[in-house]
Design a protein around this ligand. Sequence first.
Ligand code: BTN
Length: 228
Amino acid sequence: MEYFKSIIIVHECDSTMDLGRKLSEFISPPFVVRSDIQTLGRGQYGRIWRSSYGGLYFTEVLPLENVLGFSTFISIPIIRVLRKYVKEVGVKWPNDIVVNRKKLGGILVEKSKFTNTGIGINVKNELHEFDLIATKVSNFSSVEVDTLFFEILEEESILIDEFIKYGFKAFKEEYEGYLVFLKERIKVESSEIYEGLVLGVGDSGELLLYTERGIQRIFSGTVLNYYE
Ligand code: BTN
């Protein structure tokens, strides 16, 4: 855990993304802020991230100079740790943490003065009855939230120097081993809708899709029709 200079844990806040941003005026990064509960947790594309007690919710405030590929890289330490407890965990490009076509966790990267990286993992929290695409760690293992938290930080601390030195490309093959739809046909919504065969990822974490118009490199977007 040597990489992180401070770890702040609170019981409740609106969102650790906002708390992290406020704290960065007083605390020097890299630091982590975690909350047991969030009253206004948010996900990608402005979605709500339900954050009741029993889940793992934290934001890392990081002084990264080059963020290219970081949002893809960050799934590596998370999956390495989760695989100890939930064998089939994989990643849905770019960084949804999934198991059996259901969502176990998500990552939200926001740039301000620093790179604020929010991580939410369903562990023992009550899932909303309408949230049919979600699943949680406790369906597979009785591992504690605290254990997951500290193990993820530890694993990331080990890997981050390599990421800073060599970028995402040092983790490309490992990431492809976790990618849930490698060699399958998918549809991706980006600046337009692309359809094709997943070949893997590029050096910056971009998706390589073999389409009718040749190989497309997609740097941001979302895979459609994945969750059941
Ligand atoms: C996603 O939509 O997949 C990303 C979800 C990110 C949720 C985490 S929980 C901790 C941090 N605080 C937030 O409000 N969101 C992120």
